[in-house]
Design a protein around this ligand. Structure first.
Ligand code: GLN
Length: 180
């Protein structure tokens, strides 16, 4: 598969490494021209307040909205989750609060139990993560930290508040690539 990785800002190289490791092609997307051949799309972590204006400026916000409606799989991580949420593009029916776990010094790791669809344990790395506060009826919760959802899916849209690309564990990316 040709997997686009939004590369306007943030941790895109790590996702590209995982995608290539799984035998797919990673395409860095900075413009509509880059996005042409893409069959799935990853929105990486970074700074959503920096990425959102660039998404709008490049027209990639509208492109993404149309593609999601047509069924293209999209995976948003951390800032990517913020971009997909009610906060920004509204492509998944979840509301988030930015930096709700605290600042850089409150970044943490914890073991998560995920259901993708088998029950697995996964190392959750949270870096200035957004907290999911509200989810719509169509949203499936695939993992929680305590009572808080941290991995959610609505149809072809997957979103995580933690960073799977910073581990050697490729199982969430594998799950994502099978969503198409
Ligand atoms: N705090 C960042 C934001 O609000 C997200 C952090 C991250 O992606 N690691 O966009």
């Amino acid at each position: 598969m040709d997997v686009g990785i939004l590369a306007l800002q943030g941790a895109f190289a790590e996702h590209a490494r995982v995608i290539e490791k799984l035998g797919h092609k990673a395409i860095e997307v900075r413009s509509l021209a880059d996005a042409k051949k893409v069959e799935a799309m990853i929105l990486p972590g970074g700074e959503s307040t920096a990425i959102l204006p660039l998404l709008k400026k490049t027209g990639l916000d509208q492109w993404l909205t149309e593609k999601v409606k047509k069924g293209m799989p999209v995976f948003g991580v951390c800032a990517g989750l913020i971009l997909l949420s009610g906060h920004s593009l509204k492509l998944i029916d979840v509301d988030v609060v930015r930096n709700a776990y605290g600042g850089q010094l409150d970044s943490f790791e914890d073991e998560l139990e995920l259901h993708i669809p088998r029950n697995i344990k996964f190392k959750g790395i949270f870096i200035r993560a957004p907290k999911i506060k509200k989810i719509g009826k169509k949203v499936q919760v695939l993992g929680r930290h305590g009572r808080t959802p941290v991995l959610v899916r609505q149809g072809n849209v997957l979103a995580a508040s933690f960073h799977p690309e910073l581990t050697d564990d490729t199982r969430i990316h594998e799950y994502f690539l099978k969503m198409g």
